[in-house]
Write a protein that binds this ligand. Structure first.
Ligand code: NAD
Length: 295
């Protein structure tokens, strides 16, 4: 199947009933189109639609192609000063927006983010823009923490994959001075989700974004006895417009996440680079048109 779900493109053709777009418009593509008819769609949580047609989610092809057809109402016209690369990055950024909304990040929030991959980093950017004042981010890789610091994390914590939540929870509390109100797991490792629960203050919120093993051992008694709410995140829902507004207004800068560029003919090399995790790779951008013509 064709892969790809983080993309932007130039409108080549429109259907006769399309009013919001014209040929030549540069658009970010929200990659999932729901049924519009089920209870979830009608109630506004279309990300939970069981009949969602989502790029690169079997049986549907993705959009790492030269031409691709998509619903016009899931295309977001980019202002002239927003680049195609930023348009593509609205996809992960929307995950960050959804996660921070689900978490209830607000003015003065103290937030623990676990994992400084692309999703952890966009969550950091959104949490900052929503008013979080203390943000501790963890990872196993120092380079990723360095970027998180550059992007504005107030604290970073280098962990090893063997560290147990019980061993490091005091360090989290000590580093943040006070227990976080909110913890957002952006890696999906069991010890990380456990740490999210242990570290969060009583009455706080844990949001799980990372997709790890389908089943894991979690300290649920600890969560219930301290009324820590555990909330899931599945993609995004009505978040693309906010993500675009954050980028267009300059409130959030996502460009730093793109570390490598490839032409579509070099796609295999692009994936090998991303998979290797070496060379400081964060986000690899694949260009269908030469880079200097679609910026
Ligand atoms: P990634 O693999 O690039 O980043 C994960 C980061 O977590 C890495 O930097 C890794 O070093 C770090 N890490 C691993 N184990 C750790 C631990 N125990 N403690 C701290 N850090 C640890 O992935 P990504 O693209 O940033 O995505 C993150 C997760 O979010 C993935 O599981 C992905 O599947 C998931 N995801 C979920 C949704 C959703 O809708 N829920 C959407 C997009 C991505």
């Amino acid at each position: 199947m064709v892969i790809g779900h983080e993309s932007a493109g130039v409108v080549a053709k429109v259907g006769s009933k399309v009013k919001n777009l014209t040929v030549g418009d540069r658009v970010a593509i929200e990659p999932g189109v729901p049924c519009y008819k089920c209870d979830h769609c009608k109630q506004g949580s279309y990300n939970l639609c069981p009949d969602m047609v989502f790029c690169a989610t079997p049986p549907y092809d993705g959009n790492l192609t030269r031409y691709y057809k998509h619903a016009a109402d899931f295309c977001f016209k980019l202002p002239d000063h927003v680049t195609m690369e930023e348009g593509a990055l609205l996809e992960p950024l929307s995950v960050g927006v959804h996660a921070c909304k689900r978490a209830g990040v607000s003015l003065g929030s103290r937030v623990l983010i676990l994992g400084a991959g692309p999703i952890g980093l966009v969550t950091l950017l959104v949490a900052q823009s929503m008013g979080a004042t203390e943000i501790l981010i963890t990872d196993l890789v120092q380079h990723r923490l360095d970027i998180a610091k550059e992007l504005g994390a107030t604290h970073t914590l280098l962990l090893t994959s063997d560290d147990t939540a019980e061993q490091v929870v005091d360090c989290v509390h000590h580093t943040m001075f006070e227990d976080p109100d909110i913890s957002i797991d952006c890696c999906g490792a069991e010890n990380s989700t456990r740490l999210a629960i242990f570290a969060t203050r009583a009455g706080g919120v844990v949001v799980i974004v990372g997709m790890g093993l389908p089943e894991m051992k979690l300290p649920l008694f600890n969560a219930l006895a301290r009324e820590v709410d555990i909330r899931g995140v599945f993609r995004y829902c009505n978040d693309y417009a906010a993500a675009l507004a954050l980028v267009a207004s300059g409130r959030v800068t996502v460009k730093r996440l793109v570390t490598h560029h490839f032409d579509i003919m070099e796609t295999q090399k692009a994936f090998e680079t991303a998979h290797s995790g070496t060379g400081g790779v964060i986000k690899v951008m694949i260009h269908v048109q030469p880079r200097n013509t679609n910026n």
